[in-house]
Design a protein. Structure first.
Length: 202
């Protein structure tokens, strides 16, 4: 990890982001299945994605639908049970962006927008702090999907506690708002990557 990342985490989050950018075996399995699907261009259709084919990964999956309006929305249409357990409620039908703090919302939207507009994937790690004070380190892999009308307006994501970070930590001193620090990289799925460079945000 470079010194800038270490400095940003000191005093903000009690976890250090993993230095290794390689996906875990579970994340790689998810990517390999997505990659095996028949594609229109370089992006498969939602109808091609068979949840039964990746049944062991279902608790860790999220399916979202984009709504490009004056106020953009990224709506959960499927939420794996592990996420429901972590959040303490089922957010199906809710806008993911609405749960983010103001200072993180625009940057997060631009990253998610790139997934479907470029299109591309993203892979990385997020250290998340919830209002309860719970702190988790998540590995997240996000890939685009086409809807029934052929538009690329959905994404499917694998997100699970990173290997070696399965046990959550608690810090009530910083549990007053949701915060996340992330290190992510774009994945070339056949159309290059936005700007031709990795991304990092938090």
């Amino acid at each position: 990890m470079d010194s800038a990342w270490a400095d940003r985490l000191q005093g903000a989050l009690p976890l250090r982001l993993p230095a290794d950018d390689a996906p875990s075996a579970r994340a790689q399995r998810f990517f390999d299945y997505w990659h095996s699907l028949p594609k229109d261009g370089c992006v498969p259709r939602r109808q091609s994605f068979d949840p039964a084919a990746v049944a062991p990964l279902l608790p860790d999956l999220l399916l979202c639908r984009y709504q490009f309006e004056a106020r953009p929305r990224v709506v959960f249409s499927l939420i794996g049970s592990r996420h429901v357990d972590r959040w303490g409620r089922d957010l199906t039908g809710q806008d993911y962006l609405a749960f983010l703090p103001d200072h993180d919302r625009e940057a997060t939207w631009q990253r998610l927008r790139s997934v479907v507009e470029h299109p591309c994937g993203t892979h990385g790690y997020r250290a998340e702090v919830y209002r309860s004070g719970k702190v988790v380190m998540l590995e997240t892999l996000i890939l685009p999907l086409r809807g029934g009308d052929g538009r690329i307006d959905r994404c499917i994501a694998y997100s699970r506690e990173a290997p070696g970070y399965e046990k959550p930590r608690w810090d009530i001193s910083i549990g007053h708002e949701f915060r996340a620090t992330a290190r992510e990289r774009y994945l070339d799925i056949g159309a290059g990557i936005p700007g031709g460079a990795p991304l990092a945000a938090g």
